[in-house]
Ligand binder design. Structure first.
Ligand code: ATP
Ligand code: MG
Length: 403
């Protein structure tokens, strides 16, 4: 058994000593069977949240309304969820109430895909009533039970199917795939925040460009924020190889594929409820992609863009133009590294220096002089030392006085 499970065995033991059942479940068991890194170890139990809280001294109530208690054990947080069925589904969203039960099998039955519906006990024995291990061996994503029913209960599962497709590069089983197409419209009812969480995981997956194609082909795109006009682009996204792009760069790439302008991109990110900071970062990258479509990099633009944005812009351009990423960025970094300064704080000049030297009160002239010196240093016309800058500015200002 993997270290992450071994560390968590005392948690199972404690619950079992108190007279309840407890198992490892969900993504950790799936990833373990796949031989992948295990992220979080999740536990399912027959004990209710209240019973769990009397077993462990350190617990947190996050998600208690869904029957989840976080148990802190040896400093590690574990999500421990009471076996439950999902009573009744309203509006194709989450269940209207959670019903706790004492049967593991019933709990596994309410899970989305067979690969996610496997439990493992503390001895490493699998409880797999829905053929999850076989699905993992065959590399297929298949709903537990009838896909139409399962997607109608919770339409987010359709997004989850495609995000697992992206992360795991499994095939989507035929009837599950067909249900994606016929029930795509149910996604309309799902909150943007939940769609976003799955879509971000999709964008980070290995098979993401193919996954975008599926979003286009199944019709799911019609019910995702501001995507309804881009079926063609989504379906042809598999022609691009986006290896090495970060999540932010993927959002940037998407808006380039959709060919939307800066204001359109801003509105697109807003409709997805992307955090403001992230939006700003992507918009800055996009600005430099636009700059580059008409210009070559020069010292000033490299400096203005900064290392991070210029690299991201160049990476996205390489994907769009199917060019060799490494060769292009290596050359660019060489050029960037020759810049005499990389940011304003490295300029050996401050506003205070200027006021002392020229004996003038603060004003717009300070910004102008700082920019003048910054430009000259970047062009290699002026050495970046406080003394040379002072002499140079004095001379400039004298000349200005003469004219
Ligand atoms: P990840 O590695 O991305 O965390 P995961 O499989 O652990 O993948 P989670 O979203 O953390 O995914 O969910 C944990 C488990 O809860 C899943 O494996 C699945 O069994 C179950 N699950 C989560 N969301 C749903 C849902 N909408 N419907 C049914 N079961 C779900
Ligand atoms: Mg998880």
């Amino acid at each position: 058994m993997k270290e992450a499970f071994l560390q968590a065995i005392p948690v199972l033991n404690k619950i079992e000593s108190a007279g309840y059942e407890a198992y490892f479940v969900g993504g950790a068991v799936r990833d373990f069977l796949l031989g992948k890194e295990i992220a979080d170890v999740d536990i399912a139990t027959s004990a209710t949240p209240e019973e769990l809280k009397s077993i462990f001294s350190k617990t947190l109530d996050v998600g208690i309304e869904h029957g989840t208690v976080v148990v802190l054990f040896n400093g590690i947080p574990y999500e421990v969820t009471t076996f439950r069925t999902e009573a009744e589904y309203l509006d194709f969203r989450r269940p209207s109430e959670v019903q706790f039960i004492r049967s593991l099998e019933e709990d596994l039955k309410r899970r989305d895909f067979t690969m996610n519906a496997i439990a493992m006990d503390r001895h490493g024995k699998f409880i797999d009533p829905f053929g999850g291990k076989k699905a993992i061996e065959e590399r297929v994503i298949r709903t537990v039970g009838n896909p139409d029913e399962r997607f109608t209960e919770d339409a987010l599962r359709m997004m989850r199917a495609v995000r697992f497709y992206s992360q795991l590069s499994f095939e989507i089983e035929k009837s599950t795939y067909e249900a994606l197409s016929s029930l795509a419209h149910l996604l309309e009812k799902i909150a943007v925040e939940r769609k976003l969480a799955e879509f971000e995981k999709l964008l980070a997956g290995w098979n993401r460009m193919m996954a975008l194609k599926i979003i286009g082909e199944t019709g799911l795109y019609k019910y995702l924020p501001q995507m309804s006009a881009f079926q063609k682009q989504l379906c042809s996204s598999a022609n691009y190889h986006a290896e090495g792009l970060t999540g932010e760069e993927m959002w940037g790439l998407l808006t380039c594929l959709f060919d939307i302008d800066q204001a359109g991109a801003e509105s697109f990110f807003k409709s997805w409820k992307l955090p403001v900071k992230k939006t700003r970062k992507i918009l800055s990258i996009l600005k430099w992609i636009r700059y580059r479509s008409d210009n070559e990099w020069d010292a000033y633009s490299l400096y203005q863009a900064g290392r991070e944005s210029l690299l991201s812009a160049e990476k996205i351009r390489n994907v769009l133009q199917h060019t060799d990423l490494k060769r292009n960025t290596d050359n660019l970094m060489e050029l960037y590294n020759t810049l005499p300064i990389k940011q304003r704080s490295e300029l050996q000049l401050t506003g205070n220096d200027l006021m002392n030297w020229f004996g003038k009160p603060p004003g717009a002239w300070i910004k102008a002089d700082l920019e003048k010196a910054e430009n000259a240093v970047l062009k290699g016309e002026l050495r970046n030392s406080n003394e040379s800058i002072r002499e140079w500015l004095m001379k400039c200002n004298q000349n200005l006085g003469k004219n």
